[in-house]
Design a protein around this ligand. Structure first.
Ligand code: SF4
Length: 490
């Protein structure tokens, strides 16, 4: 798949990757259908809640530490700004930088702007952002409203750039454009590749791009074992650092769903190779990742030594953890590829994987590497999972699935959903910091956290006793996918 950086915006995932929002069946069958086709992107006839791809674009954009963001939208689209702000402040702390507040404004489009156009308001807000924050670049994120009225954001950006002498970077992420929320990540990366990344002046053979979130810089000590450095993107990066990501020796990510668009763009435009491996979660995938990084950076012998040493070092700790967890069943709920990584960890911890709910499924990825096909990798490692679900972040479906499968443990990500497990009395591990779970130490860390969660079973039981779910007994015995639109192809 070629990324066209002459185009102002990324092609949405439904069209580019054949992504789908709904599936129920064995994981092996989804792997087969991903190869042969037969799935289309239908949603449910009833949705309890939704996510918006504009929010997923704004999250990383808002975290660029010396940029400013102008959201060209009604004020309601800025509802997540407080969340972005807390992530920004926390992320600066992780990187040892002084705390600062988010630098984001909304154009606050109103009914009258919808009739007469909002371009003047956008130009004024860009000037205000420049005056207030003196940013190294100003990012404009679009919305359903600005898309519907058809404001010429490209023209306003070019005029503002000429007037202010600051890079103005439009990010086309209208929420209605795609039903796949992760399209927002691609919109963010497309705009950065198109407007900010420059050809390398030097090649930095010991630098590895890591596409991730605002998390502990846990890749740093892990990569240091190979004498390499991590370049965390794009959260808490400066505009200058973004411009130089083409200088790295390779690109890797903590999640294929998140990172393959940017990695592909860097490989295509600047020859920065993507690490052809699953991300380093669990023993097997950590080995594979180190070998792949070692091969790209001419450190294959060192990588083999590190693998042997690391396995030996954590062996006794892992055995202890396995004794406590062996045979307990687990169900995962997360964004697709990171969920597969959690399953890889569970497998190594001796847990019995019942299945998973992923929030969407990409039939293919942007790169050409079979090694990064995360669902195939999970099935190869764990074996088939009869209870594999794709559901568009709907709690009413999750509680139904959990009620029928009754796992001993739930592992999850994205705040709103794992809490459904605790309210049902299921001990739940919330994977808030994905970086802490990487590598051999991450496996031990996750195992110990799960043991802590399981030791507080009574907490979950008590919570369940005191919570009043909004679902009837009738619903809990129904097919969780009964509201799927017909013609889903499964
Ligand atoms: S961009 Fe559209 S879907 Fe997203 S928050 Fe704004 S109005 Fe809602």
């Amino acid at each position: 798949m070629v990324i066209d950086l002459n185009a102002p915006e990324a092609i949405i995932r439904e069209h580019r990757l054949g992504s789908v929002l709904s599936y129920r069946g064995p994981a092996s069958e989804l792997c087969r259908l991903s190869r042969t086709g037969g799935l289309s992107c239908h949603d449910n006839t009833f949705n309890q809640c939704g996510d918006c791809s504009a929010q997923r674009a704004m999250l990383p954009i808002s975290q660029i530490r010396d940029g400013a963001m102008v959201n060209h939208a009604p004020i309601g689209c800025a509802g997540d700004f407080s969340l972005f702000n807390s992530q920004f402040r926390r992320g600066l702390g992780y990187r040892g930088l002084p705390a600062n507040n988010l630098r984001a404004l909304s154009t606050n489009l109103t009914e009258s702007d919808m009739v007469y156009g909002g371009a003047d308001k956008l130009a004024r807000t860009i000037r205000l952002a420049n005056q207030r924050f003196s940013p190294a670049a100003i990012f404009i994120t679009t919305s359903c409203a600005s898309g519907i009225i058809g404001d010429d954001v490209e023209q306003v950006s070019q005029e503002a750039e000429a007037e202010l002498g600051v890079p103005i970077v439009p990010v086309y992420c209208e929420g209605f454009k795609s039903r796949i929320w992760t399209t927002g990540f691609d919109a963010c990366y497309h705009s950065i590749l198109r407007k900010l990344v420059k050809p390398p002046k030097v090649k930095r053979r010991n630098l590895i791009n890591i596409m991730g979130f605002t998390n502990e810089p846990a890749f740093t000590p892990f990569l240091a074992k190979l004498g390499l450095e991590a370049n965390y993107l794009v959260h808490q990066s400066s505009v200058e650092e973004l411009g130089r990501m083409s200088e790295a020796a390779a690109s890797a990510h903590m999640c294929e769903t998140l990172g393959t668009y940017l990695a592909r763009g860097l490989e295509q435009e600047f020859g920065v190779p993507e690490v052809p491996s699953p991300p380093p979660y669990g023993l097997d995938w950590s080995d594979r990742w180190l070998r792949a990084v070692g091969q790209i950076t001419d450190r294959s012998d060192l990588a083999e030594k590190v693998i042997i040493e690391e396995r030996r070092r954590i062996g006794p700790k892992l055995e202890e953890i396995r004794k406590e967890l062996s045979g307990l069943s687990v169900y995962a709920v997360a964004g697709a590829s990171f969920g597969h990584s959690m399953l890889a960890i569970c497998q190594d911890l001796g847990l019995k994987v019942l299945g998973m709910t992923g929030f969407h499924h990409d039939l293919r990825f942007d790169n050409d590497y079979e090694e990064t096909n995360s669902l195939n990798n999970a099935v190869d490692l764990i074996g088939d999972m009869p209870h594999y679900h794709v559901c568009n972040k709907q709690p009413y479906q999750l509680v139904n699935i959990l009620g029928q499968l009754k796992p001993d443990l739930l592992m999850g990500r994205h705040e709103g959903l794992p809490v459904a497990g605790v309210k049902m009395g299921i001990p739940t591990f919330f994977a808030s910091d994905a970086n802490l779970m990487i590598g051999y130490d991450g496996l031990v860390y996750t195992g110990r956290m799960i043991i802590r969660v399981l030791r507080s079973r009574n907490f979950a039981r008590n919570l369940a006793r005191h919570s009043r779910p909004p679902y009837t007994d009738w619903w809990l015995t129904q097919d969780p996918f009964m509201f799927r639109r017909s013609g889903d192809g499964f």
